[in-house]
Ligand binder design. Structure first.
Ligand code: PMP
Length: 413
């Protein structure tokens, strides 16, 4: 291993790997090297066990039941809300709304702002957003006649802050910005961006889907109106995520869906909605997934998000150093402030072929546009290959990735 890159002292990655049973397998006769964590991360035994335990002992519907199982299930569900609250440092657990994931949470907010926007208003996003943080705002603009403004990025894949600032005006009625880009790894200066937006009283939603497993988040310090994330990128099950919203915002917002649990009284003439956050949680929720999310956050907290981030930074620096030695490799996204994502293209080899050929070597990387087609257009590539690191990846796996890439170049080159 290159001596320039220090491993994090005291971080026992081999011990952590034992908590993730899926990692211990062969793919195409080779030890699995799982580097598709930005798409979804693997689940520790603690999370898997929490699901089994819930279904084996406590399974019942929540909130409405008076029997013991329902009370237990409700308690576990609401405890998970408190866990999320503490993880984000929200001031009240009532500011945490459970949703299917980042996508649903963004749509929930965009839907509520339909009532608040009209022709002449503007919604500001950045050029590095995931489709989930573009399309709902385009739909909002279509419905209301508002205009979508897009703040540009530079060749490194960094937001051009002065251009972002220039786009904020009295017409700006909402902004949606990513904390960390899934296609480039760029970490945005969101605190500064939120301050600029607040100078014009613009409410802000932060898409934390990529940031949440890597960066310690304090929504009160950030002062954002909304923060969204998906559990499955944070070692939790799929189908569960959360929306943080400031109470004063959530209270004014229209419900997203109608149904059970989001009401306090219904007649055929009129429905009185339930209080926040239940107003936004219509129908039977993903109870097991929510409990799994709580277990995942407990697991992350036990290791410590800062320790995880330091380990991942070390992996990224090492991978970036190693990638420089490969002539035909071009890294897409070279921001100064970057999370654990290495997007790249190889001269003469289509990214999809990279994905397939790496899989034959047991290495799981993603190939495609990463639901960020405008980013691909900006860099003039149809797609990239992307290796993304999590708490359980090792420096040896980075070596395996680089060796795999060199094999490909030899085969195709
Ligand atoms: N935003 C970003 C930056 C993402 O990376 C993703 C997932 N790739 C999403 C939003 C959407 O997350 P989900 O599909 O889990 O709702």
């Amino acid at each position: 291993m290159n001596q320039k890159v220090e491993k994090v002292v005291g971080y026992d990655v081999e011990r952590i790997r034992q908590d993730f049973p899926v990692l211990d397998q062969q793919v195409h006769g080779k030890q699995l090297v799982y580097l598709d964590n930005a798409a979804t991360s693997q689940k520790p035994t603690a999370v898997i066990d929490s699901l089994v335990e819930y279904y084996q002992n406590d399974n019942a519907n929540i909130h409405r039941g008076v029997h013991t199982l329902s009370e237990r299930a409700t308690l576990s569900y609401e405890n998970a809300r408190k866990t999320v609250q503490q993880f984000l440092n929200a001031s009240s657990e009532k500011e945490i709304v459970f949703a299917r994931g980042a996508t649903e949470a963004i749509n929930l907010v965009a839907n509520a702002f339909t009532e608040k926007l009209s022709a002449g208003d503007e919604v500001l996003i950045t050029a590095m957003e995931h489709h989930s943080n573009i399309v709902p705002w385009q739909m909002l603009c279509e419905k209301t006649g508002a205009e979508l403004k897009v703040a540009p990025i530079n060749e490194q894949g960094e937001l051009i802050l002065e251009e972002f600032e220039k786009l904020i005006s009295k017409n700006t009625k909402f902004a949606a910005i990513s904390h960390m880009s899934n296609a480039l790894g760029t970490i945005n200066p969101i605190k500064q961006m939120i301050e600029l937006l607040h100078q014009h009283n613009v409410p802000v939603l932060v898409d934390g889907a990529q940031a949440i497993p890597h960066i310690s988040v304090d929504v009160q310090a950030l002062d954002c109106e909304f923060y969204v994330f998906s559990g499955h990128k944070l070692y939790a099950p799929t189908g569960i995520g959360a929306l943080y919203g400031k109470m004063e915002q959530l209270e004014q917002m229209a419900p997203y869906q109608g149904g059970g649990d989001m009401i306090s009284a219904v007649t055929f003439d009129k429905t009185v909605y339930n209080k926040v956050p239940y107003k936004f949680e219509a129908g039977t929720p993903n109870i097991a997934g929510t409990i799994g999310l709580g277990a995942a956050i407990d697991y992350v907290n036990n290791i410590g998000i800062d320790a995880i981030a330091a380990h991942e930074d070390s992996l990224l620096s090492y991978a970036t150093e190693q990638a420089k030695r490969i002539n035909k490799l071009r890294v897409i996204g070279t921001a100064k402030n970057k999370g654990a994502i290495l997007s790249f293209v190889l001269e003469g080899i289509h990214p999809h072929d990279i994905g397939t050929m790496m899989d034959h070597q047991g290495i799981a990387v993603r190939a495609g546009h990463h639901c960020a087609m405008p980013v691909m257009d900006f860099f003039g590539v149809p797609a990239t290959a992307r290796a993304s690191f999590a708490m359980y990846n090792t420096h040896q796996e980075v070596d395996a990735l680089m060796a795999g890439i060199e094999n490909l170049i030899e085969m195709f080159g």
